[in-house]
Ligand binder design. Structure first.
Ligand SMILES: Cc1cc2nc3c(=O)[nH]c(=O)nc-3n(C[C@H](O)[C@H](O)[C@H](O)COP(=O)(O)OP(=O)(O)OC[C@H]3O[C@@H](n4cnc5c(N)ncnc54)[C@H](O)[C@@H]3O)c2cc1C
Ligand code: SF4
Length: 317
């Protein structure tokens, strides 16, 4: 059931933040709504007020300023391809955006909503009656993780497909917070905690994503999922190399946050792969098994570096 007692459609960021301040913690911003509405429908989001920011015009622009590409947070995933600068400089971002959900959803879903979408788990993203029958877990007011049996940590998966690529492209986000505008490195907003996966002020609005245009990145994106459409990720990998030989790897789908490693030069590749392989806290909360997803991290990364033209050798774990 969609439970929101009040709904407001805002015309400006200031208006949205003023409304958020009025509602304390009991509200949710909505951009495309493709994540929020599902979570409400399944009873995983019980906030009573929806603040719809989808009509704010200045968040829909894409512009270039001083070698920085500024993508408004409300730009639809399907519209990214219409911008030549994105297609010319960041084809892997288009590939990642194109991998999200289905054609219909991508016409509504925004890039801002994608980097902020809620973590997922096969034991949590179920109907209210299903979760009640099984017994609630740490992410929904229960006292045990159904997947691991542990009582401390939730390992719900970080599932944004654009975020790993954006992290590899050194994205920063522009945040309109209650105390002013800030620029934050994208990877720094994620906590790695499955219950509270982000450390942004819930009242803050992400206004844009900023990408440097002068680093000549080459970037490869890969995604593992049962079907080529609609399914969420079971593993997302992105790797990049910039014109100075700096290498960056970011994984999604295998940990409560993005798993990131970076280093300089080809000689760093083996140890970077090993780092992310060890860091990823993969558990059995997906359609694919833990050992398979873990193994696929190495397979995807080896293939990605081979595609970048740097190596195609085998790695020991
Ligand atoms: C069937 C299905 C399949 C899907 N498959 C995928 C997939 O393969 N990969 C994937 O990454 N996602 C997937 N999604 C999830 C979702 O559709 C996308 O992540 C989408 O990009 C979310 O964008 P949105 O604009 O709809 O976000 P919303 O649902 O509007 O918002 C998502 C979250 O971000 C917050 N938010 C949104 N915009 C802002 C902002 N500017 N400032 C502050 N907070 C904000 C909202 O409060 C909410 O918490 C799928 C969804 C469905 C229903
Ligand atoms: S990882 Fe465990 S605690 Fe977290 S959502 Fe899944 S079952 Fe619940």
């Amino acid at each position: 059931m969609i439970a929101a007692k009040t709904y407001h459609k805002c015309q400006s960021v200031e208006e949205a933040i003023a409304l958020a301040l009025k509602h304390g913690e009991d509200f949710r911003y909505m951009a495309g709504g493709t994540d929020v509405i599902i979570n409400k429908f399944q009873g995983n989001d019980e906030t009573n007020c929806l603040i719809d920011i989808s009509a704010i015009p200045e968040l829909k622009q894409v512009s270039n300023d001083w070698n920085v590409l500024r993508i408004g947070s409300l730009v639809k995933l399907d519209d990214l391809k219409k911008h030549k600068t994105i297609a010319d400089h960041f084809p892997a971002l288009l590939e990642a955006a194109h991998s999200v959900a289905s054609p219909m959803i991508r016409k509504t879903a925004t890039i801002g909503g994608n980097i902020l979408c809620e973590n997922r788990c096969i034991f949590y993203n179920q109907s209210e009656w299903w979760r009640e029958a099984v017994g609630y877990c740490l992410k929904c007011e229960g006292d045990v993780c159904i997947a691991t049996g542990g009582k401390k940590n939730c390992f719900s998966k970080f599932v944004s497909d654009t975020a790993p690529v954006l992290i590899c492209l050194d994205a920063q986000i522009e945040v309109f917070d209650t105390d002013g505008v800030k620029l934050i490195k994208l990877e720094d907003i994620y906590t790695g905690d499955g219950v509270n996966p982000r450390q942004l002020n819930p009242k803050a609005i992400v206004t844009a994503i900023l990408l440097p245009l002068d680093k000549d990145y080459r970037c490869v994106f890969k995604k593992l999922r049962p079907r080529e459409s609609v399914d969420y990720t079971s593993l997302t990998t992105a790797v990049s190399i910039d014109k100075k030989g700096r290498i960056k790897i970011a994984l999604g789908g295998v940990d409560p946050g993005p798993v990131v490693a970076e280093g300089i030069g080809m000689s760093a590749i083996d140890s970077l792969i090993l780092q992310v392989f060890k860091k990823a806290r993969v558990i059995d909360n997906d359609f694919y098994t833990r050992p398979y997803r873990k193994e696929m991290i190495k397979v995807f990364l080896q293939r990605s570096f081979a595609e970048l033209g740097n190596t195609n050798k085998q790695f020991d774990n």
